[in-house]
Design a binder for this molecule. Structure first.
Ligand code: FES
Length: 289
């Protein structure tokens, strides 16, 4: 999977270079999307939309950037646009919804790159577009609108374009929980159980202070057939086959009294293991994907 991601990133960058060798574009359009931990599909769809845009508007230098879980990053795309000779770059978010916090983050990243860049590049922010009939046409119109309205990073409405100061804090904590929200654990109820865990921690006063349990959501942790799964550090205890009862016991015994709940505690092993909820053997595809 790592190799696929690297290949995809290289392919995107190669395309940018190919375009830059044939044009001296003044306008760069950067389609900003979100990647995925599990599939190349979002990057591939972004790439295909970029191809359509290049076809519809050959004078624009169209590149792609992923905000998370893949590349190239937005600073890489800005840099390749500048090197290709663009004087203006339009950032076009192509995911839904574009929350205010995400738009502010996008602006912050672009402004930080702009401050560090040695050559000028005007950066405009495109507005949201949504046209189920022809997404590429809708993208062309969104870019054209932003070129007319000249919505720059500084003029975009919203707050100051600086990250939340809390993002610089590592909260002191007694336990760190990695709670899997991968596809199979989610199917088995991870979202509801994660909310239940957060409620139980809050009720027990463990969401802050000296006993703080810092709970983080993650992608697939690997033993999907044993899900829902969470791992508790510093002990490195794997809790599998979770339900509300098990989570309550873990809060009361492990987090409040330092005692492992053995009924749901698993140890890393090269051998397949059975979920406490299931008497059926795990699938052949255990952990792969
Ligand atoms: S989806 Fe949770 S361990 Fe794979």
């Amino acid at each position: 999977m790592k190799c696929d991601s690297e290949l995809s990133m290289n392919t995107i960058q190669d395309k940018s270079l190919q375009v830059s060798q044939h044009h001296e574009p003044d306008i760069a359009v950067i389609l900003v999307g979100r990647g995925s931990l599990y599939t190349q599909q979002p990057a591939e769809e972004l790439s295909s939309l970029a191809d359509e845009l290049r076809f519809k508007h050959p004078t624009w230098l169209v590149t792609e950037a992923l905000l998370e879980q893949g590349g190239p990053s937005l600073p890489q795309a800005l840099e390749s646009s500048r090197r290709a000779g663009a004087g203006t770059a339009v950032l076009l978010p192509v995911f839904m919804p574009v929350e205010a916090a995400t738009r502010n983050w996008l602006r912050f990243v672009a402004q930080r790159w702009q401050r560090q860049s040695t050559a000028p590049l005007e950066i405009l922010l495109g507005d949201l577009f949504n046209d189920s009939h022809d997404v590429a046409d809708a993208a062309v119109q969104a870019v054209s609108r932003s070129l007319v309205s000249k919505t720059t990073l500084a003029s975009d409405s919203g707050n100051a374009g600086t990250p939340d100061p809390d993002w610089s804090v590592i909260p002191p904590h007694a336990y760190h929980v990695l709670f899997c929200h991968g596809p199979r654990c989610t199917t088995a109820g991870a979202a509801e159980l994660g909310a239940y865990l957060r409620k139980r921690l809050k009720d027990a006063g463990l969401d802050r202070g000296p006993g703080h349990v810092l709970a983080a959501r993650t992608g697939c942790l690997y033993p999907c057939n044993l899900g829902p799964v969470m791992v508790v550090y510093p002990e490195g205890t794997w809790y599998c086959g979770l339900g509300e009862d098990a989570i309550s016991r873990i809060v009361d015994c492990h987090f409040l009294n330092g005692k492992t709940v053995s009924a749901n505690a698993f140890h890393p092993s090269p051998h397949r293991q059975l979920s406490p909820n299931s008497q059926t053997p795990p699938l052949e595809s255990l952990g792969e994907e």
